[in-house]
Ligand binder design. Structure first.
Ligand code: TRP
Ligand code: ZN
Length: 876
């Protein structure tokens, strides 16, 4: 074994446990620094596995109190115990009951895994391996058991919540009370949850399609009740949608959601008791932007949908994480597409994939959608598992068609309900339902890296043929140098000189199903017959596969697609490619004149009132810094890219100033706030207009931004104006920041935006700003949302400052990561991900980034596996 493989866990080593757990009975006697946990497990040896094997249970930082076997205290030589492990050396051959008592300190649990206190409320987080911080257990997803939970607490903790249905409650002595919950659905430990707190609740009844009455409750911190209505509306719409689109109903008498303010991730799908980062529950026009409303809708739906994809059917092991996450992201994306605008949603989802997953897949942290090894599972809740995982499900749907896909899903639900399943199980359902062989497709789960597809046209007018010469290039990624060709669905359109879509009389060279080419070979020529006119190809429509397409379209043709393609995704993609080419050319020293045709085309789209505002706003969004860095590929000078992108923004503002000013409206008194997608789209385009006017010196944007800030009636408009003032360094920026602070100082989620705006400012002495922000009384190193609003906003959202030439940005991040690691390793590791693309930088910055990464590994203090794993893989 090589030394760097120490502590590595491999997919190929999977083995079931020697014992099954039938039931778990937990009693919690809650107290801030000394909570007593009594766990009673009914265990039985699994048939066919070595009889008499020791029972080895997981623990993590546990304080052991006592243990009994079948009601009798265990003799000292009958077991071994440490903070990390409990081992019953010689278990009985017949089913037996093991009782273990542990003691916890929720108040000092800063990792936010296991049982902890958030604003005085008890809550838990068990995925992936947090249950072992509560009691000794088989803390792995393939051990399913029926849980009963008894919670005892002070009556100051008004609500006592557990998984499943409430079965009993009552008073105890000394001002304490209890509640008991029973969850009839067998589940793995990671879905366990408990909440106890002095909360406020919003409730609504729901009746499922088959007539089950369900009480829906959303619990929030006191005073926030009115901010939970939107989340409740989203929950009800999600439940109705899952019945209609997937035929899936809810299966308990209650569905509880609790919003907490200290949370490592977005939310958690614990059975019947979802726990949320309050950022994904609380909405109110004065605090939440349109993006926040959309995020709440998505996350509420996501966690609810997990009830079937994740909970009823769970994962055999953590390597199968995409089985629940990729599929559930696919489902939440479909939900939002149906609730909002499908075309716009698709562009937003792909944009997010390109911003977050492409850099991961193209750098040292690249891993397959189903990884085959890990050291720390927390580090694999990644954009690749979630977002690329969702793309793979979308490709299955594209290959099978909607009907075949639904048949495959029905089979999956039917066959695997109650199972801890694998990706192989999932794929087999679609092979059967669709009558197709998906063995080549399955490579998408094991081969990492983003494929590059090259396409070139040759046309033979006399023969009436168009041939597309495709080539797939599969870049080497960590641990994978040689790869097999993939099955890539390419949705296509052929646009003739007249602008009409041409339909070929015959196609050869590849399987073509409707408008989808099944590309399957490294090099493949696909010939379309009956094509007389000259053709502009529109390939990869709707982003039918997560690849980078390099076509032979010229600038003129891209500008044509930008304005005329019937596929909205490809209109947007053409604009992105054109924008990218221009910014990189400017960065390489080209004159600004080259931007004219592009800006003219943008102007046409901007003025086209037949298009949705949300779509026009996206068309007017330039490629992000990350997109540009990726397109450049090597030897990146972040400063040059920043300056070029800025010059293009300013030029767009100057050239379209009349149209932009004519469109822009100050948000004067409007009727009640409208959170609909259509109204949000109007605000998005209005704020895009403001953005360009503020970016140029001649558009009067500075005054407009100031006025909009003063008149804003909702957070989207207010924050857009504040961002313009601060990021473009306009007069009035400091006053606006002060006035915002005065208005929102008591609302943490609104203050996060104040932190973000400043931490992402491209100009000014930012390290000094960061120092001031982290000393602000609204800031706390213990709250993940606050830390992300300052540190992650800076490291991942401020490329110019983070990549400062002197390396000070890298050094700052390394220092902060080491500090945060001491209290919350999961959070620290996420911040460290900002180094995922360091290898594409020019040599000087590369050297400085490498030094910063090495400082993590060479730190004198004890460091977590979480941050060491990220640093090691970045450096490998
Ligand atoms: N399963 C959660 C989801 O819906 C992810 C999650 C929430 C999580 N909290 C976590 C993962 C803590 C790891 C650690 O996507
Ligand atoms: Zn999820």
């Amino acid at each position: 074994m090589r030394s760097e493989d120490a502590g590595m866990i491999y997919l190929r080593d999977y083995q079931p446990t020697p014992y099954a757990v039938e039931t778990v009975h937990l009693t919690f006697k809650l107290a801030p620094t000394a909570t007593q946990v009594i766990s009673k497990l009914k265990l039985s040896p699994r048939a066919g596995i070595a009889a008499g094997a020791p029972l080895e249970l997981d623990g993590d930082e546990l304080e052991f109190v006592s243990a009994k076997l079948n009601g009798t205290p265990l003799a000292a030589d009958a077991y071994e115990v440490s903070a990390e492990r409990f081992c019953l050396l010689a278990p009985p051959a017949d089913p037996f009951e093991l009782e273990i008592e542990t003691r916890l300190n929720p108040q000092d649990n800063t990792k936010l895994m296991g049982l902890y206190l958030s604003s005085g409320n008890y809550c838990t987080q068990c995925e992936a391996e947090g249950f072992r911080r509560i009691t000794y257990y088989y803390d792995r997803p393939d051990v399913l058991a029926v849980y009963t939970t008894r919670i005892e607490a002070d009556t100051a903790q008004k609500y006592l919540l557990g998984n499943g249905n409430p079965v009993a409650e009552g008073a105890l002595e000394d001002g304490r009370h209890y509640a008991e919950w029973h969850d009839p659905h067998p589940k793995p430990a990671y879905l366990f949850a408990l909440v106890a707190g002095d909360l406020e609740v919003v409730s609504k009844p729901f009746t499922t399609a088959s007539g089950r009455d369900v009480a829906l409750n959303i619990y929030v911190e006191k005073g926030n009740g009115s901010k939970a209505d939107y989340a409740m509306d989203c929950l009800i719409r999600s439940m109705v949608w899952d019945e209609k689109v997937f035929g899936r109903e809810y299966d308990l008498d209650v569905f509880n959601i609790v919003a907490v303010s200290d949370f490592n991730m977005g939310a958690m799908e614990n059975k019947g008791l979802n726990i949320f980062n309050d950022k994904y529950v609380l909405a109110d026009p004065s605090v939440a932007t349109d993006a926040d409303y959309a995020g709440i809708e998505t996350v509420i739906a996501h966690e609810y949908f997990h009830n079937w994809t994740g909970n009823r059917i769970t994962c055999r092991d953590w390597f199968q994480l995409c089985l629940k996450e990729g599929l559930t992201v696919y489902r939440d994306q479909e939900f939002s597409s149906d609730e909002r605008s499908r075309g716009v949603k698709r562009i937003e989802d792909v944009r997010s994939l390109m911003a977050r997953q492409f850099p991961e897949d193209g750098g040292p942290l690249a891993h397959p959608v189903r990884p085959e090894q890990y050291k720390e599972i927390d580090n694999f809740y990644t954009a690749t598992v979630y977002q690329k995982g969702a793309e793979l499900v979308g490709m299955i749907r594209t290959l099978l068609g909607l009907e075949g896909f639904r048949k495959g899903m029905d089979l999956y639900f039917d066959r695997h309900d109650g199972d801890a399943a694998t990706i192989e199980d999932f794929i087999a359902c679609f092979e059967e339902a669709g009558g197709v062989d998906l063995s080549q497709f399955a490579l998408w789960y094991s081969q990492s890296g983003t494929p590059v597809v090259h396409s070139k046209r040759t046309q033979d007018g006399a023969a009436g043929t168009l041939t597309l010469h495709f080539e797939q290039e599969l870049p080497a990624t960590p641990g994978q140098s040689a790869k097999k060709p993939m099955l890539i669905p390419i949705r296509f359109g052929l646009i003739g000189a007249s602008g009409a879509e041409l339909v070929p009389s015959k196609v050869d060279g590849a399987k073509v199903d409707g408008d989808v080419i099944w590309l399957s070979e490294t090099q493949q020529d696909v010939t379309f017959h009956g094509i007389e006119e000259e053709v502009v190809t529109s390939l990869l429509r709707g982003f039918s596969a997560p690849v980078i397409l390099k076509s032979d379209l010229c600038e003129f043709e891209k500008l044509f697609l930008m304005q005329h393609d019937s596929d909205h995704f490809n209109r947007w993609q053409a604009a992105q490619e054109q924008g990218t080419d221009i910014v990189l050319a400017l960065a390489a020293g080209e004159e600004l004149e080259i931007t004219e045709p592009f800006i003219k085309a943008l102007g046409v789209v901007f003025a086209d009132e037949t298009l949705e505002e949300a779509f026009r706003a996206l068309m007017l969004t330039l490629p992000s810094y990350g997109d540009l860095q990726r397109a450049k590929g090597t030897d990146v000078d972040p400063e040059a890219i920043y300056q070029a992108r800025k010059a293009l923004s300013s030029r767009i503002g100057a050239h379209l100033q009349e149209e932009l000013r004519g469109y822009h409206q100050l948000p004067l008194a409007e009727a009640a706030f409208d959170a609909s997608a259509a109204a949000a789209g109007k605000r998005a385009l209005n704020n895009q207009a403001l953005h360009y006017l503020a970016a140029c010196e001649v558009g009067g944007g500075a005054a407009l931004a100031k006025q909009q800030f003063d008149l804003a009636r909702n957070m989207s408009d207010q924050i857009a104006a504040l961002r313009a003032l601060v990021h473009d360094d306009l007069p009035g920026a400091a006053e606006a920041l002060a006035s915002y602070r005065a208005q929102h100082k008591d609302t943490a989620l609104a203050m996060d935006k104040w932190f973000v705006v400043q931490a992402t400012a491209p100009e000014g002495n930012l390290l000094q700003v960061l120092d001031t922000l982290t000393k602000d009384e609204a800031f706390s190193w213990r709250n993940p949302n606050r830390v992300r609003a300052v540190v992650d906003a800076f490291a991942s959202g401020n490329p110019r400052q983070f990549n400062a030439e002197d390396g000070s940005g890298y050094a700052y991040l390394a220092k902060v990561v080491l500090e945060v690691d001491g209290s919350n390793p999961q959070l620290a590791a996420r911040l460290l991900n900002a180094f995922r693309s360091w290898k594409v930088l020019e040599a000087d910055r590369r050297e400085k980034a490498e030094l910063a990464l090495r400082s993590i590994l060479d730190a004198k203090q004890a460091t977590s596996i979480n941050i060491r794993d990220i640093a090691e893989r970045c450096l490998q």
